[in-house]
Design a binder for this molecule. Sequence first.
Ligand code: ZN
Length: 488
Amino acid sequence: MIKKIFFIITIGLEITMAQNIDLAQNLYSNYEIYRETKLTHRRFKHADILSLINEVKRQGIFSVEKAGQSVEGRDIYLLSIGRGKSKVFLWSQMHGDEPTATMALFDVFNFFHANDGLHDIKKAILDNLTIYFMPMVNPDGAEVYQRRNIFEIDINRDVNRQQTPEGIILRKTFESLKPDFGFNLHDQSTRYSVSNSFKSAAISFLAPSLDHDRSVDSVRENSMKLIGELYRTLNHFVPGHIAKYGDDYEPRAFGDNFQKWGTSTILIETGGWKEDTEKQFLRKLNFITYISAFYSIASKSYKHESTKLYDQIPKNEQYLFDLILRNLKYKKDDKEIVIDVGINRTENNYNGANEFYFTSLAEDLGDLSVFFGYEDIDMNGFELQQGKTYPKEFTSMNEIKDLDFAKLYKEGFTSVILNSKGNSKPFTDLPINIKLKNDKRSTSNQKLLGSKANFIIRKDGEVHYAVINGFVVGVKSHFGMVFNALIQ
Ligand SMILES: [Zn+2]
């Protein structure tokens, strides 16, 4: 008898698991139906989502209300849908430069509007849940693409002190809803890897800790079970790319306190994916995660998970560079050594945060065999030299624009001098760095570690590649491209 019941339960669990994967597969294959096409890159602003929220309101199936205003007077909205007993609350972008989840929330709104043959799934979700959404909690930060609000306060350290209007709105909304489940939506550094595997952490989950001892009560246990299920689902699409965020208790953060106050809270941190600078693939994974979570909570399928799977999720680690050049010969004081060079590109805001450019540094060198790169190139047999500045002064950008860059690289140059006033832009689309001051010093005796990533790569005396501001380009082949060089 006991065996029979166990058998039925096991079969039941397998059916739910299969259904969850089927739903996720369906969303993955048909994502284009749901993608909000007005959001195409990360640097959208409050005004962009305002028109989309108005459109959601006009369509009438969501309830849309103003929850309050940011420091600079931008409206923060609360949208809701569903008639179920269980309350689910999702909030995004309390850090202004972490916009991936906001894009995915607009895909979710489209999901509930779409005529897509998933009527039964949506009915199950909306009969059982009432779902609340607060997209872009920090619109002033988003406006200038910065983490903190306009007072330069980290809203996610303001749950107790309540000095930011945005933090007050979030906490008040939470207290009025008392949700069963909360989704705290962020972006993490793109340089997190999944443990020491050579894979980027595309998404990292966390069931935030209640206290310094990392205790587990029934509230946190439900977060862990749901994360376990979502982990299994997402691993189906991006095997090995899902990790667990660090579980240090942070008493000033929203997620940790919401968990403590009785809401099963799930932190979702979107990380990095090769060649997805604008995070459009990662946004799709977010969308699938949220709908899968809704269906799991509605059908209670997460309850069948044990917390073991959560415990097994590999941890976030930092074994990832943007670029690693391996096994290069490097001459120092007439001695030749073999090194790997790890290069990272830092993104900087420009033009009211509507644009951005990279500055790249050689951040580590030596044996980097435990690390990996989004771009990882074996340069065995090649020699690395620091790039030099071409001694002739140019007087206009037009002159520089017409230069033969391959010829400059072949002669060992990665920078030129512009003797002109008035060009304040710090970067250029041209594949050569531009020095505004007359600085003719040779860079060849400078330190390599921490240096700007401008190099010449030779084999048997001949130049094969140049590295311009951390971007590798072929001299003898059409290899790579320079996203931007620097004007300094
Ligand atoms: Zn964040």
